[in-house]
Ligand binder design. Structure first.
Ligand code: BF8
Ligand code: SF4
Length: 646
């Protein structure tokens, strides 16, 4: 990989961050394998799979299609490149959608149990939001016990998982023209589980053999995530743990403390992290920590659990996806507590080289080499205490000579729920629309998603975001993209100085950063709600707005599901990593061109963040023009390396 320079950081091609680079160097010195070593060991990766041209959906296979036209052009069953590529993509979206949906269902189960008084450690933190949701769902709240209302809300949302409805309840939040379009295309999501199951059914051998039909259902499966599973997860998390409001915190490995018991909460579901945070303040456990010579118990976040805890409780984040092994290499981590998703099985291998306890908690996500403490929400408080106690008891095993916390933390601001953004704007989206109309803000872009070791860590996120804000485009971030921007110092109110003059003036007038942290990956549903509010305020569909999405370093199936619902909701999206679809020119053409005429949005692929920024700026100016707003004439030279369809 090439040498990269971002914000003055010169990386050796693996990361732009000093904390990561220093820990990679230590790992290499100590002979510890990390994700980058394993990627190198896999190279060259399978070309058929990279193009989406391999299929193992049945035992007549596995099959592959020769992309050069010399070998087989059909699988044993007769499936061609179009069908195989589309089926593979559909299954990926089903897997991603189901991950978010199952996360949402776990919260729903605990929410219902809480309403029935069957849990410890959970409560209704935002009653007003519960009542608003109840009203949307047609649940009467006037004069009723709030717990009964909550139980009825839970039952109404359970219905969204099933197969008895024509449309998900929360899909009604989309603007009317969008819902009419989905109906006309027969892609209105009907039931969360239903769409995922139907996707698996359609991609069984001998079912849906029309790649266009497969891909349309793939969009519906994505919509069942965005307006279903993810949105339910976000709504109920806000109700149980609090709707985020702006909060200052810190980020990078510097948030670990040399003289404290350090616990990293890694994964996704706030059900676990919230009660662990409370347990870490338990006087008895603090006394135990002190008896071992520690000054206290320091809980930090990783990945999306980190985003959940920072958004609501201001808890510092140690890092994003590619930091999960490196945090153990600091030698300062007593426990990594995991639930599910994006947790590399390798963390237990790295932990073996240190005193770190890896504690798995979800019965659906076990990790050989970890200690499993089954998380039982009925006894949330007790389970959390047990976990914190295990971490404290690991502290005496720490080797102080191996502790290396490589950097000082960077400050960042988080907590931008739709509610808090609207509050900052004075209660309505109008001031934002006015700023967009005047051209002070050209538009808004959601930069989301993962780290991928194929891209220098955080380079795509930080560079793209910087180019956008410099050009007066407001950036919204979630997931690992948010952590990347936090580390780069782009998420402080004073970071407005990095923005163009129009965006800078708006940010400074209300005291917000030019890059707004909207949460974890399920919280991309907040972006849908915000986009719908902006569209409704103008009386147009979402695809008419000067908005775009970007996933510069995506790796996961969930990210593909997110891309599907963002595009199907009318927001064009640029990917920084090539998806495995290039074995079918027809599928590529549909996603990069044809979709624009169907849902008013499309995908592009552009690994170079400079070029991606230009693509996005052109797109935003074109949308501005469509709305009759003042627009800039940008250089229209084709972006050479893009597979953009533009
Ligand atoms: O759900 S951004 S690497 S941590 S998949 Fe995973 Fe990607 Fe990070 Fe959160 Ni989202
Ligand atoms: Fe091969 Fe068709 Fe079976 Fe896939 S479904 S493995 S292409 S025979």
């Amino acid at each position: 990989m090439s040498v990269t320079t971002v914000n003055g950081h010169r990386s050796q091609g693996l990361t732009i961050n000093e904390d990561a680079q220093r820990m990679i160097d230590v790992a290499r010195t100590e002979g510890i394998d990390t994700v980058w070593d394993r990627l190198a060991a896999q190279e060259p990766q399978c070309g058929y799979c990279a193009l989406g041209l391999s299929c193992r959906n049945c035992a007549m296979g596995p099959c592959r299609i020769d992309p050069f036209g010399e070998g087989p052009q059909k699988g044993v069953c007769g499936a061609d490149a179009d069908v195989i590529v589309a089926r593979n993509l559909g299954r990926t979206i089903a897997a991603g959608s189901s991950a978010h949906a199952d996360h949402g269902r776990d919260i729903l189960e605990v929410f219902r149990a809480m309403a029935r008084g069957e849990t410890t450690g959970y409560r209704i933190a935002d009653e007003a939001k519960l009542i608003r949701l109840a009203t949307e769902l047609g649940v009467v709240s006037d004069g009723r016990d709030i717990r009964q209302v909550a139980e009825d809300v839970a039952d109404a949302l359970y219905e969204d998982y099933g197969s008895r409805k024509d449309a998900l309840a929360l899909a009604s939040r989309a603007p009317m023209p969008r819902r009419q379009l989905w109906d006309a295309l027969h892609i209105t999501p009907r039931g969360i589980d239903r769409e995922q199951v139907e996707m698996l059914h359609r991609t069984h051998m001998g079912v849906d053999n029309d790649y266009v039909n497969i891909l349309l259902h793939a969009l519906r499966t994505g919509l069942a995530d965005g307006w279903g599973g993810s949105m339910i997860a976000t709504e109920l998390s806000d109700i149980m743990f609090g709707t985020p409001t702006p909060v200052m915190s810190e980020v990078n490995l510097g948030v670990l403390k040399t003289d404290h018991v350090n616990i990293a909460m890694h994964g996704h579901n706030p059900l676990l992290s919230d009660v662990v945070l409370s347990a870490a303040t338990d006087p008895e456990l603090l006394d135990l920590a002190r008896s071992y010579g520690a000054k206290g118990i320091n809980v930090v976040g990783l990945c999306c659990t980190g985003n959940e805890m920072m958004m609501r409780r201001g808890v510092p984040i140690a890092g994003n996806h590619l930091m999960q092994e490196l945090i153990i290499v600091t030698g300062a981590l007593e426990a990594m507590v995991v639930d599910y998703q994006c947790i590399m099985p390798s963390v237990t291998d790295v932990a073996k080289c240190y005193h770190t306890q890896v504690i798995s908690t979800s019965d659906k996500a076990k990790f050989p080499g970890a200690t499993h403490v089954s998380f039982d929400p009925a006894h949330g408080v007790e389970t959390a205490r047990q976990i914190v106690r295990m971490a404290v008891e690991a502290y005496p095993n720490r080797n102080p000579d191996r502790v290396r916390i490589p950097v000082e933390p960077v400050r960042m601001m988080a907590g931008f729920s739709v509610e808090s953004i609207l509050a900052a704007l004075g209660g309505t989206p109008q001031p934002l629309m006015d700023a967009i109309a005047s051209g002070a803000i050209r538009g808004a872009v959601a930069v989301v998603g993962c780290n991928n070791p194929k891209i220098p860590q955080d380079y795509g996120h930080v560079e793209l975001t910087r180019r956008l804000i410099e050009n007066d485009i407001l950036v919204i971030v979630t997931g690992c993209a948010a952590v990347a921007n936090g580390k780069a110092g782009q998420m402080l109110p004073e970071s407005a100085a990095l923005a163009g003059p129009g965006l800078r003036a708006v940010c400074e007038s209300i005291g917000i950063p030019p890059v707004l942290h909207m949460g974890s990956c399920v919280d991309n549903s907040r972006i849908l709600v915000l986009a719908a509010a902006l569209a409704n305020s103008l009386g147009v569909d979402i695809d008419k707005l000067p908005l775009a999405g970007a996933a510069p370093e995506w790796y996961s199936e969930k990210a593909v599901a997110i891309g599907a619902y963002v595009v199907a909701s009318g927001i064009s999206t640029v990917l920084g990593v090539q998806p495995p679809i290039f074995g079918s020119p027809h599928v590529v053409d549909l996603l990069a061109n044809g979709l624009d005429g169907v849902v008013g949005a499309k995908f592009s692929v552009e690994p170079d963040p400079e070029k991606a920024a230009l693509l996005i700026r052109r797109h935003i100016e074109a949308k501005r023009k469509g709305l009759g707003l003042p627009c800039l004439e940008l250089d229209s030279t084709p972006v050479a390396s893009a597979v953009s369809g533009s």
